[in-house]
Design a protein around this ligand. Structure first.
Ligand code: GAR
Length: 188
């Protein structure tokens, strides 16, 4: 049986990318890291792991359709069948969604549908939420919408600062994402 090939999309620090790479017995091979922010620190992590990268600047394309066409081509050339978004903050358009229907997964640091979009941890902290968490879900054309696959709660402690809350949420992300990835691939 040939190995299932997958791509990770990330634009930031890449701690989730690293957690996926470090996972024991990952049921797929990460063959491509896609990044829409030239200079993002996730790129150094990819280099260290010898994962090929495709870095693009959306501003240099005439439209979302234009860069998504290239994206789809690159993913197909690499024989990618699953895509894991890990801090990729761009809304997917129909060109990308249709090409990989049911195969694009996202992780988000809140209990969706609460606190979608940017700075979900800060949003929950400022709102005084007693409980927040992490969601893994299929994506659609919305911002952090789409069918939910798994959620895990994280209690907001009296003593928490935004930084300590973020630390605990990210610890949950790093354990949850590889586990859900394995379950998904093995169940298909
Ligand atoms: C993660 O916490 C991820 O859940 C979040 O971005 C962070 C990326 O961190 N994604 C979203 O907010 C998606 N709306 P990382 O670069 O260290 O993995």
């Amino acid at each position: 049986m040939s190995t299932v090939k997958a791509a990770v999309f990330a634009s930031g620090t890449g701690s989730n990318f690293q957690a996926i790479m470090d996972a024991d017995q990952l049921s797929c091979e990460i063959v491509l890291l896609v990044c829409d922010k030239p200079g993002a620190s996730v790129l150094e992590k990819a280099k260290r792991q010898n994962v090929p990268t495709f870095v693009f600047d959306p501003k240099l394309y005439s439209s979302k359709e234009a860069y998504e066409q290239e994206l789809v081509q690159r993913l197909r050339n690499a024989n990618v069948s699953w895509i894991f978004l890990a801090g990729y903050m761009r809304i997917a358009g129909p060109t990308f969604l249709r090409a990989f229907e049911g195969k694009i997964i996202n992780i988000h640091p809140s209990l969706l549908p609460a606190f979608p979009g940017k700075d979900a941890i800060g949003q929950a902290f400022k709102a005084g939420a007693a409980v927040t968490g992490v969601t893994v879900h299929y994506i659609d054309e919305g911002i952090d919408t789409g069918p939910i696959i798994a959620q895990e709660t994280v209690e907001v402690l009296e003593t928490d600062t935004e930084a300590t809350l973020k630390e605990r949420i990210q610890q949950v992300e790093h354990e949850l994402y590889p586990r859900v990835i394995n379950q998904l691939i093995l169940s298909k």
